[in-house]
Design a protein around this ligand. Structure first.
Ligand code: ADP
Ligand code: F6P
Length: 460
């Protein structure tokens, strides 16, 4: 008998039409299959409240657990976003270990496991998302849950050496071994995860490719996440006056869309754009960078610091290059409606994705999906974004190299139509081959059987 799909993630959609990579993808999967989604209540740090609250429902049920203000600080801002996030994004220098962080992280996972255990019926399968819940399966196993449990990490898998920064480094492998299936974004992440198990004397490799760890066995595979390309392309193609979008079509528009996170390489991006403006000085040719960067995790010091740094660079570059009727860098520090975003992407001649580390980067896929295939813009993509593993015909750059990135902007804007079409067709093939529906279906069906199989991507 097949039971329901139970999903757990920290972030859970509250409205009818969710936005953001993880929530859009999972919403799509649950809308088709029905089931249950458990996540943190959107009111950050609510006073003590035990139990699960129904927050919204439709094709599936959504239940929320509550975090006290102390839990919000130590579990979400603390261990998840001041320890695990920088660790996985290659910023060990930003790892901030405080005594209570790990303790609270484990306590929240144990409590969520207890609440979840009551919801798991016979034949149900459980799909856990992201670094907030690494120990969740291990907590569920302690409670006697034998259901199949899968884990998907949306961010990069940490390099082996970085794991020793953790207060209890050996826990990482232990936590993951309690799952039946561990899904990662890229082949490189899969290799890093297997390297961790290989280095662990408690792990043993089986002939079918799975890892035996104590009395359990876990499969590790890549499932590159994607988007709903059709609906994004549809929204992008909606006609309307450019003035409505605030665009002067006499300028070359370059776009960037990212949460204001230090992993996204925004200061380097602005510096590269500044170099590009320098190279154009005196030619009379204008180009603007539209950077949409909504705030995120602002109570963490590193996020406040990146905001200050970016505002300083934007102010300086605009001071140097702006004219009475032209501001070269427009920086918007808030979210923008998805449909507007799609239309802006379509009008931009180039998109800058300059992550210093990134699990996948869905913005890269959204930009490609939004283009007019007859006259497409050019994606400039960091080699360090997961998307670069397959989108090899984007203009790949090393975001640490300001000159290379600046030259790529010039190359993108002046690229002949035929080359733009060729590169775009390849990238669009990747976007279609990794669409979000296939991503979710293949993870769930692999979790049901857990036999390591070939990659789910459709042949191109
Ligand atoms: P991450 O998960 O690290 O934030 P991704 O690029 O994978 O990065 O996913 C970000 C998602 O959030 C994309 O779907 C993107 O369109 C959306 N997004 C990012 N910035 C904004 C914004 N300013 N307004 C609306 N949506 C945004
Ligand atoms: O994709 C990585 C991720 O951390 C998701 O888990 C999360 O939903 C998204 O980025 C935004 O982060 P947050 O939920 O902390 O705002």
């Amino acid at each position: 008998m097949t039971g329901k799909l139970v999903v757990v993630s920290n972030r859970i959609p509250t409205g009818a039409t969710p936005s953001g990579g993880l929530v859009v993808a999972v919403h799509d999967a649950l809308t088709r299959s029905g089931g249950l989604w458990v996540g943190a209540h959107p009111d950050e740090g609510t006073p003590d409240q035990d139990g699960l609250t129904e927050i919204a429902s439709g094709d599936y049920t959504r239940l929320a657990f509550h975090l006290t203000p102390e839990e919000y600080d130590s579990y979400y801002l603390g261990f998840a976003n001041s320890v695990l996030w920088p660790l996985c994004h290659g910023r060990v220098d930003l790892v901030d270990i405080e005594r209570g962080f790990e303790e609270t992280y484990l306590a929240v996972n144990a409590r969520v496991a207890r609440l979840l255990a009551d919801q798991i019926g016979e034949g149900d399968i459980v799909w856990v998302h992201d670094y907030h819940f690494l120990p969740l399966a291990s907590e569920l196993r302690k409670l006697g849950i034998t259901a199949r449990i899968g884990f998907f990490l949306h961010i990069p898998f940490p390099p082996l050496g970085a794991l020793s920064t953790l207060p209890s480094p050996d826990d990482f492998a232990e936590w993951l071994s309690a799952y039946d299936l561990v899904g990662l974004q890229t082949r490189r992440d899969t290799a890093s995860c297997l390297e961790m198990f290989r280095a662990d004397p408690r792990a043993e490799f089986m002939t079918d490719g799975s890892v035996k760890f104590r009395d359990r066995s876990v499969s590790v595979r890549s499932f590159p996440i994607g988007i709903d390309a059709e609906s994004f392309a549809e929204a992008a193609a909606v006609e309307g006056p450019d003035a409505e979008l605030g665009i002067d079509m006499h300028e070359d528009l370059v776009i960037g869309v990212d949460r204001l996170d230090y992993s996204k390489g925004l200061p380097n991006r602005f510096r590269a754009f500044g170099k590009f403006l320098d190279s154009r000085a005196g030619t009379g040719r204008r180009a603007s960078l539209l950077q949409i960067a909504p705030p995120t995790r602002e109570r963490v010091a590193a996020y406040r610091a990146i905001r200050t740094e970016l505002e300083e660079i934007a102010g300086r570059l605009n001071g140097e290059h702006a004219e009475l009727d032209w501001t070269p860098i427009r920086y918007i520090h808030r979210g923008v409606e998805r449909d507007t975003l799609a239309r802006l992407h379509r009008r931009a001649r180039a998109c800058l994705v300059t992550s210093l580390a990134d699990g996948m980067n869905l913005v890269a896929k959204e930009y490609v999906a939004a283009q007019d295939p007859e006259d497409p813009g050019v994606l400039i993509l960091s080699r360090f974004a997961g998307a670069a593993e397959d989108m090899t015909e984007a203009l790949l750059v090393n975001p640490y190299d300001i000159d290379e990135t600046s030259e790529a902007i010039e190359t993108a804007i002046t690229m002949p139509l035929e080359e733009r079409r060729r590169r775009h067709a390849h990238s669009l093939g990747v976007v279609h081959a990794t669409n979000v529906t296939d991503w979710a279906q293949s993870f769930v069906s692999c979790l049901k059987t857990c036999t390591p199989t070939l990659d789910y991507r459709r042949a191109q």
